[in-house]
Design a protein around this ligand. Structure first.
Ligand SMILES: *Cc1c(COP(=O)(O)O)cnc(C)c1O
Length: 429
């Protein structure tokens, strides 16, 4: 398999773009080597510049739950395109997408559309602070909420991969009102509220963590989150940018029985185009300008092409309900990947919720960032490249979840498992 054209494209990009990429998760920093440049996607497959085909388990890091170029999504974008690309004025499509979100997620009564997940979380914490009149935000190590200054403390995802938990350029002043705790640590949460309860505006968390590899919250942790925030008058902000419409149509909160005050969305809600959203109880959301005084704006917010793609995607998810299929394929892949590692005598454990899955190169259990960080990333790197050479495109970091899409077939899953058996054979001792 040659990747000469990718290599040339990367050499050029490096001269023009920092590190040759427009987002660090793409740079293969956690596995070494050069990123692959793509020409097109089709269903469950990606095609690189050299014409190699890969089974895609990234789906643009989550948005493409229907696979690449789903006909309904393409048609919706084309229809919108013929009318105009942006007006900077309201359209009915924005209400249609808002209505779909509100119907899907019971804790959301009002929702504001933005253009990325980062914007959604940034706006959500501003709203929590504006609403409560308090400053402190609690977050959890290894949870990623986008590149918001005050949330770049012990951030997961590419920040974790690169070992840069706190970015240069983020001032101590910005992060002094951020408390970072260990995920699933109920005692630490109690202690934080005992010490700082009256100053805490909100707690932001990933209800199913995808950004330190897949990590599942304990029921005790979830009930402590709700109980303590209510008791101390803080808001619970559920960051469902990744899990929303992914682990269930109503998001992780519907699966786990959580009722947050504010929910952030992104990725799937834009159907592969840039959309983010934050929503919650009307009484809270009506504090956002111009209904209220908390400032938040966006030139391209509610963009017609992006809302069209989002609406089309949500309607397919609602009407065709691919979630049982995603569960079946996810379970098959999980069992197969684990068996492949076991057959080769390689220590591993898996975590999965529906179509989100991580194979950790360690015995586990993985419950927080410290336990996730015990993984054998050297083994992961070799495994990753072994799979690439066999036409399987997995996330390029141990600390990212993989995504199965509705476009994958059982044959794709089985081909992936067969490749994984070979990929486990020559890992570092
Ligand atoms: C991807 C992600 C974000 C950031 O979204 P962007 O669109 O990349 O800004 C925020 N929170 C979570 C949980 C994410 O997975």
């Amino acid at each position: 398999m040659t990747r000469a054209r990718s290599s040339a494209a990367f050499a050029r990009a490096k001269q023009l773009i920092p590190g040759g990429v427009n987002s660090p998760a793409r740079a293969f920093g956690g596995v070494g080597g050069e990123p692959i440049f793509f020409e097109r996607g089709e269903g469950a497959y990606l095609y690189d510049l050299d014409g190699n085909r890969y089974i895609d388990y990234i789906g643009s890091w989550g948005p493409l739950i229907l696979g690449h170029r789903h006909p309904a999504v393409v048609a919706a974008i084309e229809t919108a395109l013929h009318k105009g690309t942006t007006y900077g004025a309201p359209t009915e499509a924005e209400s249609e997408l808002a209505e779909l979100i509100i119907e899907a997620v019971p804790s959301i009564e009002r929702v504001r559309l933005v253009s990325s997940g980062t914007e959604a979380t940034m706006s959500a914490i501003r709203l929590a602070r504006g609403y409560t009149g308090r400053d402190v935000i609690v977050k959890f190590a290894g949870n990623y909420h986008g590149h918001v200054d005050s949330l770049l403390v012990s951030a997961g995802s590419s920040a974790a991969t690169l070992g840069v938990p706190n970015s240069p350029g983020v001032t101590a002043g910005t992060t002094k009102d951020t408390l970072s705790l260990a995920y699933n640590d109920v005692a630490a949460l109690w202690q934080a509220f005992a010490e700082h309860g009256a100053r805490i505006a909100g707690v932001i968390f990933e209800p199913v963590v995808g950004n330190m590899g897949l990590v599942i919250p304990s029921p005790e942790f979830l009930s402590a989150l709700r109980e303590l925030t209510v008791k101390h008058g803080a808001l619970l902000i559920c960051d469902e940018v990744m899990s929303g419409f992914r682990v269930a149509y109503g998001g992780a909160q519907s699966l786990l029985g959580i009722k947050p005050d504010i929910t952030t969305l992104g990725k799937i809600v834009g159907g592969g185009l840039p959309v983010g959203a934050y929503g919650g109880r009307a009484e809270i959301l009506d504090n956002v300008l111009p209904a209220g005084k908390v400032f938040q704006a966006g030139t391209l917010s509610g963009n017609p092409l992006a809302t069209a793609a989002g609406i089309a995607t949500l309607k397919v998810l609602r009407d065709e309900n691919p979630y049982p299929k995603l569960e079946r394929l996810g379970a098959r892949l999980e069992a197969g990947l684990r068996e492949a590692a076991k057959a080769a005598g390689v220590e591993s454990c898996t975590a999965r919720v529906g179509s989100m899955l991580t194979l950790f190169f360690q015995s586990g259990p993985v419950v927080d960032w410290n336990s996730a960080a015990k993984s054998r990333t050297d083994r992961f790197a070799k495994y990753f490249w072994n799979l690439i050479d066999r036409g399987i495109y997995m996330p390029c970091s141990q600390y990212e979840a993989l995504f199965v899409s509705a476009a994958h077939t059982e044959a794709d899953i089985d081909a992936t498992i067969a490749a994984a058996h070979e990929a486990c054979c020559n890992l570092p001792a």
